[in-house]
Every structure is written in structure tokens, then in C-alpha cells.
Design a binder for this molecule. Structure first.
Ligand SMILES: Cc1ncc(COP(=O)(O)O)c(C=O)c1O
Length: 405
């Protein structure tokens, strides 16, 4: 009996499953067998979707808003998306140049699948969100990871970008605030990258702004299309309601970019999922047009948690963590733990070993940095209540304290 391999699409066969989902599955399995696990592995806010947004979803169902919408999304939502880009990012956008998708991930998938051909290259600064290289790979193109170490705050430098561009480069993917490091590109840093990009007209840019509102220390958010208007006809600005409004399960993302690209993405989506869930579109409309204080409140909560978690991680012998300025992730080096042995007898050779031992022996789930293209690190998501975070950090510290060797 075959395992199915010969039947698989060869790009899918070579793609890796998401390391974050794998860790979430492990956590579920441990919990099902009765173990206590604190999960710092999930990339979603722990808050509930705001009440008025949930009510808008319920009202949509009651009003019979349960049929297909246009493939690109309801006009009212597209207008709200255009208004959001104007309000938050200073981008004058026509509603016709927006597209609503089933989550931010589908915006990315649509854009890459609509444009990439075999042999094309996509520059992915590493560490990266796990899905970028896999989506590129699924499209038959080649992800080109460019190492962006702690020395530059995990950010792409103009020199590194310049060195990575070839005649085959089709896209650069930028993500700020970033997953998994929380790194934020400042206005001047984007301007310096734009300078390089202006000299390479064959390169499109995907600006993944999904963590836009989760930015700390009073820092101003900047996005490439706003910073360098001369690049606007080559930039797809992507965003969504998942992280800003605690709406990960509603599956609504959106983007704006040049008309030809939005049209191509719509064409693709029309043969795939069609319009995003109608009820979710109504809820997203309420999120974008309703009171925005939820955004400010969650930013303050995450900043407080960031401070507590980073301090606790740096107090654990062997871990070292810079202060991230956005998102809800800390990215801690575990270099000093390698080569040592746990109380349970596990030898720590890689960051994956560290993450597995933390799960097995300390009951704390994290994701190893090498899954994001840079090891040896641990990604710690602090989208969890204060008490659980405190217990998790104490368990991590105990784990580090009891290592041998
Ligand atoms: C950097 C980044 N982009 C996009 C997404 C996808 O967002 P959505 O849940 O709206 O598909 C995520 C989700 O984890 C993310 O971390």
C-alpha cells in the first residue's frame, strides 16, 4: 500500500507543516492525557472579541446576511478598509483597490500564487513567520532567507537586501512589528530599504502589517507604501482584524495594492474560497468602524506583560532576551543552555531539544527559533493572563536552574 507520496503535488510534498500548529497539537495531546501545560506557543490574543463586534456578527445572522458576497468582499467593508488605510496609514486608497480575504494568510497566499512562477525568488528576512517560506515553496518558487541577527535588532539592513536581490527576485516580504521577534522597523529604516528597492523595479514588496497596533514605548508605526510613495505601485499592504481586535477565528484579512495585482488576487480567490464568510465580514465592519479603544487597551496590556516576561526571562540563567517593541512575542537566545542535560536526562543539543524538554519537564510550551529560520532561540508568546505568565516564567527559570553540565 502506498503512503500517498507519489500522488502528492511535488511542491506540497516538499513543504513543511507549520511548527507553531505542530506545537499546539502537542499541547492538546499532553492536556488530553491529563498533563498541565501552560502554552506560550499560540500566536493569538487571549482577549475575547469585543462585545459590539460579536453583536454585529449575531445581528448579521438574525438579519439573514447569510448569502455569498462579492468575491472581493462587501462594498461597505471594502470602503471601511480603504478608510482604515487612510486613517491609520495616510494612504489614499480607492475601495476598488482593496480585497477582503479569509484571514491575512489568504491575502499573502493570493498575492504570491497570483504572481510567482517556477524559479522565481522571494526574499524572506530571517527570522520569519513560519508560513512565508512554505507559501513561496507551495507556489513553486524559491524562498531566499536572509539572516537578520540580534546585532541589527533582527532587521534587514539595506546592504543585506542589496546583496540578496538577483534578476530572479520577484518579492521582498517585510513584517513589522514582526513575528517571531517583535522587531519594529522605524520610518528611517524603511526609507533606507526603499532606496535600494527603487533601483530594482522587478521587485514587489509585501508589507505584512498585521501587528500594526501592537507597538510599544510610544513608537510610531510606519509602513513602506506610506514612507516611500514612489514604491506604491509595487507594494501590497496587508493587514487584518485577527490580532488588533482579537478576531483570529473570524478569518478576515485585507490588502491594498496596485489594481492589476488586486484584480489577479480576486480572480484567484474567485476560483478558490470566493468571498470571505459574510457574517465575519459584518463583524469586521463593526471592528473597523466602531470604537477603537480596544486597540489602545490591548496595547497597554501587552506592553505591561512584555516588560514582566522579558525581565523574568533575563533572570533565568542561560536565557538572554532583547526588549521587543511590538507584537506579543519575546525571542530569547538559549545558546547557553546547549550542551547541558536536564533533570530528566535529556541532552540539549538544539533549540528544538530545549523546547521539547521545556514542554516535557516544565510543562511550558514554546516554539524553537530555528522553525522561524534562526536558532538557537525560543519564541515565547505572552498573549496569556498575568498569573499564567508568571507561573510559566517561574517554571522556565526552575528548568534552567536545574540543568547539569
Ligand atoms: C506575521 C503574520 N502574518 C499573518 C498572520 C496571519 O493572520 P490571519 O490569522 O489573519 O490569517 C499571522 C498569524 O499568526 C502572522 O503572525
Amino acid at each position: 500500500m502506498t503512503n500517498g507520496q507519489p500522488f502528492l503535488n511535488r511542491f506540497l510534498a516538499e513543504a513543511r507543516p507549520s511548527a507553531t500548529y505542530q506545537m499546539m497539537d502537542r499541547v492538546a495531546a499532553r492536556r488530553a492525557s491529563g498533563a498541565q501545560v501552560i502554552s506560550l506557543s499560540a500566536g493569538e490574543p487571549d482577549f475575547d472579541t469585543p462585545e459590539h463586534v460579536r453583536e454585529a456578527g449575531i445581528a448579521a445572522i438574525r438579519a439573514g446576511q447569510t448569502r455569498y458576497t462579492q468575491v472581493a468582499g462587501m462594498r461597505a467593508l471594502r470602503e471601511a478598509v480603504a478608510a482604515k488605510f487612510q486613517r491609520d496609514n495616510g494612504l489614499a486608497v480607492r475601495w476598488q483597490d482593496t480585497l477582503v480575504c479569509s484571514g491575512g494568510k489568504q491575502v499573502i497566499f493570493n498575492a504570491l500564487a497570483a504572481t510567482l512562477n517556477e524559479g522565481d525568488e522571494v526574499i524572506v528576512p530571517a527570522p520569519y513567520w513560519v508560513s512565508y517560506p512554505e507559501i513561496v515553496q507551495l507556489c513553486g518558487a524559491r524562498p531566499v532567507a536572509v539572516a537578520c541577527g540580534a546585532g541589527h535588532g533582527f532587521k534587514l539592513t539595506p546592504a543585506a537586501l542589496h546583496a540578496a536581490i538577483t534578476p530572479r527576485t520577484r518579492w521582498l516580504i517585510l513584517n513589522s512589528p514582526g513575528n517571531p521577534t517583535g522587531a519594529v522597523y522605524r520610518h528611517d529604516e524603511l526609507l533606507a530599504l526603499a532606496e535600494v528597492l527603487l533601483a530594482h523595479p522587478q521587485v514587489l514588496v509585501l508589507s505584512d502589517d498585521i501587528y500594526e497596533h501592537l507597538i510599544f514605548d510610544g513608537l510610531a508605526f510606519a509602513t513602506l507604501a506610506q514612507v516611500e510613495p514612489r514604491l506604491r505601485d509595487r507594494v501590497l499592504t496587508m493587514n487584518g482584524v485577527s490580532k488588533a481586535y482579537a478576531m483570529t477565528g473570524w478569518r478576515i484579512g485585507f490588502g491594498t495594492g496596485p489594481a492589476w495585482l488586486i484584480d489577479a488576487m480576486e480572480k484567484l480567490q474567485g476560483q478558490q474560497t470566493s468571498g470571505a464568510c459574510t457574517i465575519s465580514q459584518h463583524a469586521a465592519l463593526a471592528a473597523l468602524t466602531g470604537p477603537q479603544d480596544v486597540v489602545t487597551r490591548s496595547r497597554a496590556v501587552f506592553q505591561r506583560r512584555r516588560d514582566a516576561v522579558v525581565a523574568a526571562l533575563n533572570a533565568a540563567p542561560g536565557l538572554e532576551c532583547a526588549v521587543p517593541q511590538g507584537a506579543f512575542y519575546a525571542f530569547a537566545s538559549c545558546q547557553a543552555l546547549l550542551g547541558r542535560e536536564t533533570r530528566g536526562g535529556a541532552r540539549l543539543e538544539t533549540d528544538e531539544d530545549v523546547a521539547m524538554a521545556l514542554l516535557d519537564e516544565a510543562g511550558v510550551a514554546t516554539v524553537h527559533g530555528s522553525a522561524f529560520g534562526l536558532g538557537p532561540y525560543l519564541r515565547i508568546a505572552y498573549a496569556l493572563d498575568d498569573a499564567s505568565l508568571q507561573r510559566a516564567c517561574a517554571a522556565i527559570r526552575d528548568f534552567c536552574l536545574t540543568l547539569e553540565g
